[in-house]
Write a protein that binds this ligand. Sequence first.
Ligand code: NAP
Length: 486
Amino acid sequence: MRQGVENNHTFAVIGAGMSGVLAGIKLKEAGYRFQIFEKADRVGGTWRENTYPGIACDVPSHIYSYSFELNPDWSEFTSPGSEVQEYFEGVSKRYGIEPYIRFNEAVTRCTWMGDKWEIETEKGHVEKFRWVIAATGILHHPKYPDIQGIDQFQGPIFHTARWDHDVEIKGKRVGLIGTGSSGVQITAAIAPEVEKLSVFQRTAQWIVPNERVVYTEEEKEAFRTDADLLQNLHVEMSNAFNDGFATSVIDGNSELLDGIQERCLEALETVQDLELKEKLRPTYKAACKRLVVSHNFYDAVQRENVDIVTESIDHIEQTGVRTGETLHELDVLVLATGFHVDAFMRPMNITGRNGIVLDDVWKDWPSAYLSIAVPEFPNFFMLNGPNSPVGNFSLIQTAEMQFDYVLKIVDHVKQGDINEAVITQEAYERFDAERYEAAKGTVWATGCNSWYLDNNGVPFAWPFPFSRFREEMNAPKIEDYETTAT
Ligand code: NAP
């Protein structure tokens, strides 16, 4: 144990996905005692849960990696999901994190007991921890569409995050509802295999064309033997994505986004059939919804056996999906309808000081000071929590910065600058009001519907330049925390 680290600074980390594994590695390195609770039987989070055909990480692999564990062996510029899963499993083994994880043990309750958090799991175990880090992710509660008759369908029906690999789709008539990043990847992957693919598209998407780049053995060998090469690539890409793209999305009139839209339009021009091309043409600004990246979606939808259905779904019947007079007969129905993004660590029951329940605080929509802390919930932090930067860039880098921030706050408590880490109501409200105003000027607020919007239609992602996020994380404002314990 690191010198000066007291035994009573024990941490509970909830979730062993990308950010929970990160927290484990960093806590272990710093000599803290900790326990990670994971509801499933393996690490990996979203990459464990999403195994649909065609799954890949559309963020370049060399930045979708921990900064301290760059991987020379990524097979592609944007690698398959199974490889990303292997990466997280490999890293957690290499850093000896698995013994710290209690698998198959979801946390059901966190209650502040005055000086510690009491945590209860689904197995009925109750333990106390001084600190809690919720690393539960955003995209993990599948959203099932509220379509009349959905329970009448007689064939297999499943959500993209619950892909049923026992169901044979080869040679079958498959229906796919939704054309977000998941639906587009699936369309491109299964179109050549199925007899017929009916894609139910409610809103056309901007598709950013990318080229499939498979790294050669020589390139991988160069990454293996020249650490600087890998490091420089990581830094260059990070700068381009964070200070370039992540910063442009907060400006609804950004020239960079206009350029991206031009590239998307050029790709759309490759669609030969005029009627199909118009069906696929979005009527809002590119990047208003999260950009969908694909090198083969437009090829797939031009196949004879693929039908882009834009008539709205009326209801679902035993044998298919009905739009107006037409019954689209199907053997299998896939729901690529996204996630409940406002859940975060709920339905966990979380009670802070004075009996305040998180569900009540978040009854309209979840929010957190700098994406990390909520008043009345002392010593409780989130990684990739509400108002975090999200988009077509690496959430790993965001989580690393957030984790560093958390440890700095813990240090302030240990040094006696504050008794507990509880953010003031004033700081929380000040931040929230400022981010709410800033959100209105972002590209996400330029007139489209997306999962980036709260239930008032206001974007909830980080609406400031990425440089501000970096600065805030680097230098926590301790004056925003309460100075005395109650
Ligand atoms: P999504 O982006 O939320 O898309 C959901 C799709 O379902 C939309 O096309 C939506 O239409 C449609 N939909 C929802 N309810 C419907 C209904 N009742 N009737 C008809 N259509 C309906 O979900 P997702 O594709 O799973 O992606 C979610 C996020 O996961 C992404 O934005 C991304 O952050 C992440 N992701 C990342 C990758 C990656 O490569 N890194 C891959 C997959 C997913 P509307 O557009 O009209 O709402």
